[in-house]
Design a protein around this ligand. Structure first.
Ligand SMILES: [Zn+2]
Length: 511
């Protein structure tokens, strides 16, 4: 009697646990049992494994096959255990040496014809394997490039189960399966099409974008259709700092669960995700059954979540974003488990100034009734929009502004953003914050960060006459610090506060 043993990975969200896959073939009536909290798709591995084995002339139909996945208490889902179960079963059957595959982590589905097939979540699974100290994985040919994103592991592959088993059988002593053939991996670079230099005019909006990138502030753009709000929002990622290798892996691991890993390689440009306003709450924050998948919010992790036509999203959808935006993660509770997805995003909202979209400038073109305009504005208020530090008007592009020619390139702006971010990091390090947008309002209102009355005169007055709430006051202070950082100054002065106040009250007047 032999015990076949190898490894697979149980994924829960983007975190994974390496699972031991054991197989024992007994005496008695034929059966194929899988223990250790399998879901329906995993139980059906029995059919796929038997068919694939039969295809290579090995029968698993004569005797009882018992598969055990441990630790048993972790729920296990999906088809990614197929190959590990097949290898363990064939080892138990004496087809390959049990020792050869024992410490190898297999992450692939089996077709009935014996082919190794792609599965979602290869990247988080391989990351989990490395974290647990494993150094060798087997994935489907389609998933080799994705697995290779994780350094320090040997990645092997095979077209079919027969080929894989043949390779295992050919191993002598301490030999290991050969490394998969090299695939060209070039870093993904941003498309040449997108650059801030493409945006003509829009001086105010460009400055707001720079402030947003520098201080990590959420941003709301208000303007009529066709004014270029989407074009501006898309370019925010071109002026944000590139992701570090670890951040890029973290971001890609989430997207791997929904099959969004680019062929190229490590994507170091922050992701830009723009869900449609009809998106459901699960589509936005994650959910689903039986597999819990990340929503738009987590797919935008380490990047930008853009809500165009923000007033058209349901209130429940907008509200569902609030808590994750505060905590930087989404927690989805299920009967047996809790799934956590990372969700550190910068939010950009875009909205028309009114239902007809024409209430900009003096508002002469607007055909909406005052009640309609008020109802529309009300949809864009509340706790979510309260977290948006920067609100800016985006007027239509005029012939005069087109004459201004191209603005600065993304590269030039990104350089200032980097400088401003290092100033913030140095200033707030001892408090554990990185960006001005992380700093609680009361900190900025108290010594030693409190600004002299001379600098805050305008904003103090706005608070006194009720033009600003205390929260609005705090947002102005946060943005003022970012204005100062972009100018390379120690502390905000009167002009920085004035500029920050401009970005606050203008948006409010339009709404
Ligand atoms: Zn209108």
């Amino acid at each position: 009697m032999t015990l076949g043993r190898t490894r697979g990975v149980a994924l829960r969200g983007v975190s994974g646990t390496v699972v031991e896959v054991e197989c024992f073939i007994g005496q008695g009536l034929p059966a194929f049992e899988i223990g250790g909290l399998p879901d329906t798709a995993l139980r059906q591995a029995a059919q796929r494994v038997r068919a694939a084995a039969a295809g290579m002339g090995e029968s698993l139909n004569q005797r009882p096959v018992m598969v055990n996945l441990s630790p048993a208490a972790i729920p296990k889902q999906g088809t990614a255990y197929d190959v590990s179960i097949a290898v363990a079963a064939l080892a138990a059957n004496g087809v390959l040496r049990a020792e050869a595959a024992r410490e190898v982590v297999h992450v692939a589905e089996l077709g009935l014809d014996g082919r190794l097939r792609h599965v979602a979540g290869v990247l988080p699974a391989v990351l989990a394997a490395r974290r647990a100290g494993h150094r060798h994985v087997v994935v489907a040919p389609d998933d080799v490039a994705e697995a290779r994103l994780v350094e320090g592991l040997r990645v092997s592959t095979a077209t079919t189960l027969e080929e894989l088993v043949g390779a295992y059988r050919g191993l002598r002593g301490g030999d290991r399966l050969p490394e998969a053939a090299d695939q060209a991996l070039a870093p993904v670079v941003p498309g040449p099409g997108r650059d801030l230099a493409d945006v003509s005019g829009q001086t105010e909006a460009r400055l707001a974008l720079e402030l947003a990138a520098a201080g990590g502030h959420h941003l709301m753009l208000t303007g009529p259709p066709g004014s270029g709000k989407t074009m501006l929002a898309e370019r925010l990622v071109t002026i944000l700092p590139r992701l570090t290798a670890d951040e890029a892996l973290e971001s890609l691991a989430v997207r791997s669960l929904v099959g969004e890993v680019p062929d190229g390689g490590l994507d170091v440009v922050p992701p830009f995700v723009a869900p449609h306003h009809s998106a459901s709450v699960p589509a936005l924050v994650g959910g689903g059954s039986p597999h819990v998948l990340p929503g738009a919010l987590s797919r935008a992790h380490r990047g930008v979540l853009f809500l165009d036509e923000a007033a058209e999203f349901t209130q429940s959808a907008l509200q569902s974003l609030r808590q994750p935006l505060e905590s930087g993660r989404v927690v989805i509770a299920r009967a047996r488990q809790q799934v956590v997805f990372p969700a550190r995003v910068q939010l950009v909202l875009a909205a028309n100034p009114c239902p007809c979209g024409q209430a900009w400038g003096k508002g002469l073109g607007c055909r909406c009734r005052p009640t309609e305009r008020r109802a529309y504005a009300a949809r864009l208020s509340g706790p979510l929009v309260d977290r948006v530090d920067l609100q800016v008007d985006v007027p239509p592009v005029t012939l005069a502004s087109l004459g201004e020619g191209a603005g600065e390139s993304s590269a030039a702006v990104a350089a200032r953003v980097r400088e401003a971010r290092s100033a913030q990091a140095a200033r707030w390090r001892e408090h554990g914050w990185r960006l001005n947008s992380d700093v609680p309002g009361q900190v900025l209102r108290r010594a030693p960060w409190r600004l002299p009355a001379e600098a805050t005169a305008a904003v103090d007055r706005a608070l006194d006459i009720g033009d600003l709430t205390v929260r609005g006051y705090d947002r102005v202070l946060r943005v003022a610090w970012t204005c100062a950082d972009l100018r390379g100054r120690e502390r905000p002065d009167r002009s920085d506060v004035g500029r920050a106040l401009l970005h606050r009250t203008r948006g409010r007047a339009a709404a």
